[in-house]
Design a protein around this ligand. Sequence first.
Ligand SMILES: NC(=O)c1ccc[n+]([C@@H]2O[C@H](COP(=O)([O-])OP(=O)(O)OC[C@H]3O[C@@H](n4cnc5c(N)ncnc54)[C@H](O)[C@@H]3O)[C@@H](O)[C@H]2O)c1
Length: 253
Amino acid sequence: MTENTKVAVVTGGASGIGAEVCRYLAKDGIDIAIWDLNEDLMAEIAAEIKAMGRRVTMAVVDVSSRESIEAGAAKTRAVLGPVTILVNSAGMHSTAPLAEIDDATWNKVMAVNLTGSYLVAQTLAPDMEAAGWGRIVFISSSSIQTGSPNMAAYIASKGGVIALTKALAVELGPKGITVNNVPPGMVVTPMLKNLEENGGLGPGGAEALGQHLPVRKAGKPENIAKAVSYLCSEEAGYVTGHTLSVNGGRYMN
Ligand SMILES: NC(=O)c1ccc[n+]([C@@H]2O[C@H](COP(=O)([O-])OP(=O)(O)OC[C@H]3O[C@@H](n4cnc5c(N)ncnc54)[C@H](O)[C@@H]3O)[C@@H](O)[C@H]2O)c1
């Protein structure tokens, strides 16, 4: 497939890791569709991508809603053509001890993080099958590798994403589509800042916690985006079903 036919959907592309993925894929010569709930932030990233000389579109999409995803896909195809790369970075966090998790929160976290991953992949895989080429990268979480207190809903949802990666890698591999996931470990983004402000990272926040890691620092969105860029490349065509940890050594596969 020639470079100028590649179109990527980046969910959660308005902020943090997703926004940096938009920048890295645009640098790789890929046209970008940003899907997110935050229209103002999306517009800012879209302007950046356009200034980089790439085609770009954006759609307000809730990844937990099939209807919303189908509308986003129709808009994206109309503007940019078929989608051959999907990076699913949209996600939500929640913290509560087991006894205090309510069903509505559990279901919402599952709907956004796990069902959302399935829905976006199911909607866009047909474009990739038609092209005989595709790349799907899910953003999971290093917390599923280490475990963590008060994060049962989040960790269970992200564990499902890793299982989904393996299931789809086997199913879609014969169609030319690779499926991988990147579990970030403590990357400084608005989501992490929010956790920090709520005291969820303990005294000193991310930077203090980072001092306990082998690399002695917290991560940056660019650390994840570069890994995603690799997994979306031609050269990564022999890598599938893989969990590519980018976590400063928090957990070693
Ligand atoms: N930052 C970290 O340390 C870290 C660690 C592990 C995993 N992650 C995962 O990385 C991904 C990106 O997180 P981030 O740190 O960049 O956070 P972030 O808050 O900066 O970005 C998340 C984006 O997802 C969007 N979003 C949330 N719910 C959505 C929905 N239902 N539909 C569409 N968009 C939605 C938000 O509007 C936001 O723009 C998430 O899946 C998160 O769970 C992050």
